[in-house]
Structure formats: structure tokens, C-alpha cells
Write a protein that binds this ligand. Structure first.
Ligand SMILES: C[S@@+](CC[C@H](N)C(=O)[O-])C[C@H]1O[C@@H](n2cnc3c(N)ncnc32)[C@H](O)[C@@H]1O
Ligand code: SF4
Length: 390
């Protein structure tokens, strides 16, 4: 085999690399999923969006979704690179590789780009997932956010909240399966979309979870290790310990809550539903049911004047939660959406927004503080919302 080309065949994906300068991985259908080229990383999501990630300077990264022209040009280059590498190694490659090469060669730019429309016929945009769930299989049991009024969050503004009926959810799942095809092998968890699927009243949620179990094997030894979902605190106060235990029995492994701030004033300024105290209570109940949690804090929330309280009370809220090694604390640096009411709220509280440098400093403070209050237990992870592509 050409000595500068390496081929890594896995059960559900394959990677071809040339002198480690160009590296491209493909899913079971032969679609490019991640690539490294000219010092830049790319991730192509199931939606057909491509995310670019590049280190600019120590601690500084460029992260952006490629616009159409750039995306099409990149895909053409990746496919050409892949064909060239395959041509050089195919006569000497192991027999198992030939089938992969066929699958990769089936794709051209037009066909890859046509996947975008197919995706949008099946899914509402998958706006965000927790970082440890980027490779989950998303099933939209609900669409949108039942609250949709937090001042900083514009993820679901484009759609009304709705809950699928069991038959329409089953149909959604069938269409997802058909679309993803052999790419399914890469997905090891199920994420119930969208923003707060666990707000679904228990009788309906039970029916929808039964549909998921009819369609997929879920368990520690199955292909899908568990079910995951977001929950806003407004919804959390409504489920009982017995109901969470039932969810645990259905394979729900971790629930993600956007606490954002442990400080009452900041919390209200953000217009989050519920309260920090209810969030602590919800975490206790969820943990008592044997389900792990992901708690999200919004770095920079509340601006300059409220910064010290935001940090102090957020750390106190974490300290009051029974977090263990299976739990994760996420720190999400606030990105102020241009069309959000957040800045007007800051003005009303006479608290100027934090600069990027001040947000970075608060991130470090929260990271150190969170590690100290939760000891060696839960993980503390940075949540960059611009790094997400599904
Ligand atoms: C879908 S949202 C939250 C899920 C759930 N509905 C809740 O409120 O708990 C996921 C997380 O994205 C983060 N997020 C939303 N908008 C953001 C923004 N403009 N800048 C930074 N993080 C943001 C928040 O920390 C939020 O908890
Ligand atoms: S932060 Fe959560 S509850 Fe608030 S609008 Fe966004 S998705 Fe909805």
C-alpha cells in the first residue's frame, strides 16, 4: 500500500489519511463526517451543515458554520481527495475495504447537498445538544420549547411547541432510520428532542418511550446505551420521584438542566422558568431516582454589576446538589443573540455586559470554584454553543 496513506477500517466508520495532512472519516453510508485538511478541522452533521474549527492562537479558536459556496467547495475537495487516495491504495487494500470504497464513491456534491432537504423534511432544526450528546441519535418527541421566553435563548424561536402522538412519533422514527441508514451504527445514545421533552405528561411520555423501545434495543449491552433529554426547571417540579424512577427503568440515564445561575436576581433577569431553589430540589429528586444530571451554568450572565453574586450563588447551588462522578457541570460562555431582549434587561439592572476577557476570567473562576465545591466527583466541562452541529 502507498506508504504515506493509511486506512483505518472500523465496524461503523472508516478513516483514510494521507501523511496525516489530510484525514477524512466516513459513516456507514460513505458520507464524510469529519475531516482535517490544511490545519483545519471540519465536522459534517447529519443535517448537511459543516462546522469549521481552527486554532488561531493559544486559547483562541475560529468556529463557524460554512456558508453554501464554501461548503460546496470543501465537499468537492474532500471527495476528490478521497477518490485520489482510494485510487492509490485500492489494488493492495484488504478485501473488506472494497465495499467501503464503493460506498464512498457513490457520493458527489449534489447528492450530499440534497441530503439537506431530506433532513429538513424529517427534522425540525436540531438547535443544540449537550456536548457529550453530539453523536446521539436525536428523536424529536417534542418540537420546540414549551417556555421559549428566556431572554438570552433564541434556539427555538422559529417553531411552536408541540408533542408528537405515538403514531406520528413512530413515523418520525421510521423516516429517521431510513435517512440515517448504516450511519446509525455510529450513534450510541438516544436524545429525546427538543428543549424539554421531559415536560411531556407522564402517561403520554410513557407511550412515547414504549415506541422508542419498540424501535431500538436500549441497555448497557445493547447498541444504544441509554436515553437522554433536556428539562427546564418549570417541568422538573412537576415529576415525582416515582415518575423519575419509571423513567430510569425506561433507560433514561442523564437529564440536562439549564440552571444558568444560582443567583435569584440573575435567574429572574434571564427570565428562566422556576427558581434556583427548585432546580436544586429537582436535581435531588432526579438523583434519588438513580438518574444522572448535567447542570448548565451560563458564564457572564447578569453582566458586570451582578458578576460576583452570579459566581458565588451558582457555586453555592452546585454545592447544595448531590453531584457524583456520573454527573457533569457545563459552563456555557454567554453569546448575546442580536435580536434578544437580554441587553435591555441588563440596562434595566444598570449592569453593563461583560467583555470577552471578563467572560474568560469568569469561566476560569467558575471552573476552579466548581471543581472545589464538587470535589473529585462530577466533571466540569466547557460548553461552546457555536461548536455544535447535528
Ligand atoms: C436548550 S438550552 C436548555 C435546555 C432547557 N430548556 C433548560 O432551559 O434547562 C441548552 C443550554 O444552552 C445554553 N444557551 C442557550 N442560549 C445561549 C446563549 N445565547 N449563549 C450561551 N449559551 C446559551 C444555556 O446554558 C442552556 O441551558
Ligand atoms: S433556555 Fe431552555 S427553557 Fe429557556 S427558552 Fe431556551 S430552551 Fe426554553
Amino acid at each position: 500500500m502507498a506508504t504515506d496513506i493509511t486506512l483505518n477500517l472500523q465496524r461503523h466508520h472508516v478513516t483514510i489519511a494521507e501523511a496525516m495532512r489530510t484525514i477524512i472519516s466516513f459513516d456507514g453510508e460513505g458520507r464524510p463526517i469529519v475531516a482535517f485538511r490544511h490545519g483545519t478541522n471540519y465536522v459534517r452533521g447529519l443535517s448537511g451543515e459543516v462546522l469549521l474549527k481552527r486554532a488561531l492562537a493559544p486559547g483562541q479558536k475560529e468556529r463557524r458554520k460554512l456558508p453554501t459556496d464554501e461548503r460546496r467547495a470543501l465537499l468537492a475537495e474532500l471527495l476528490a481527495d478521497a477518490r485520489r487516495m482510494i485510487e492509490r491504495i485500492e489494488t493492495e487494500a484488504p478485501p473488506a475495504a472494497c465495499d467501503w470504497f464503493e460506498r464512498i464513491r457513490r457520493w458527489d456534491v449534489e447528492r450530499l447537498e440534497a441530503e439537506r432537504e431530506r433532513f429538513h423534511a424529517i427534522y425540525k432544526p436540531v438547535s443544540i445538544l449537550p456536548p457529550d450528546q453530539y453523536r446521539a441519535l436525536v428523536l424529536q418527541a417534542t418540537e420546540g420549547c414549551s417556555w421559549n421566553r428566556c431572554h438570552f435563548c433564541t434556539f427555538y424561536r422559529d417553531r411552536a411547541f408541540r408533542i408528537h402522538s405515538p403514531p406520528s412519533f413512530r413515523e418520525h422514527i421510521h423516516r429517521v432510520k431510513e435517512f440515517i441508514g448504516a450511519g446509525l451504527g455510529l450513534r450510541m445514545a438516544i436524545f429525546l428532542g427538543d428543549a424539554n421533552a421531559l415536560i411531556i405528561p407522564q402517561p403520554r411520555l410513557r407511550e412515547l418511550l414504549r415506541v422508542v423501545h419498540d424501535e431500538f434495543a436500549i441497555g448497557p449491552d445493547a447498541d444504544f446505551k441509554g436515553i437522554y433529554a433536556f428539562l427546564d426547571i418549570f417541568g422538573a417540579e412537576r415529576k415525582t420521584l416515582a415518575e423519575y424512577r419509571e423513567l430510569a427503568a425506561f433507560g433514561v440515564r442523564r437529564i440536562y438542566l439549564g440552571l444558568e445561575s444560582g443567583d435569584e436576581t440573575v435567574f429572574r433577569l434571564l427570565n428562566k422558568p422556576g427558581s434556583p431553589a427548585e432546580a436544586i430540589e429537582a436535581v435531588r429528586t432526579i438523583k434519588a431516582a438513580g438518574i444522572a444530571v448535567g447542570v448548565i451554568l451560563l458564564v457572564g450572565a447578569g453582566g458586570e454589576r451582578l458578576a460576583a453574586e452570579h459566581v458565588q450563588h451558582s457555586l453555592a447551588a452546585l454545592a447544595a446538589m448531590p453531584l457524583g462522578p456520573e454527573d457533569i457541570v457545563y459552563l456555557s460562555p454567554l453569546i448575546v443573540p442580536p435580536d434578544s431582549p437580554y441587553l435591555a434587561q441588563l440596562q434595566a439592572h444598570a449592569s453593563p455586559p461583560l467583555t470577552e476577557t471578563a467572560i474568560s476570567a469568569q469561566l476560569e473562576e467558575l471552573k476552579r470554584g466548581a471543581r472545589a465545591v464538587i470535589g473529585t466527583g462530577a466533571k466540569v466541562v466547557i460548553y461552546h454553543i457555536e461548536e455544535f452541529v447535528y
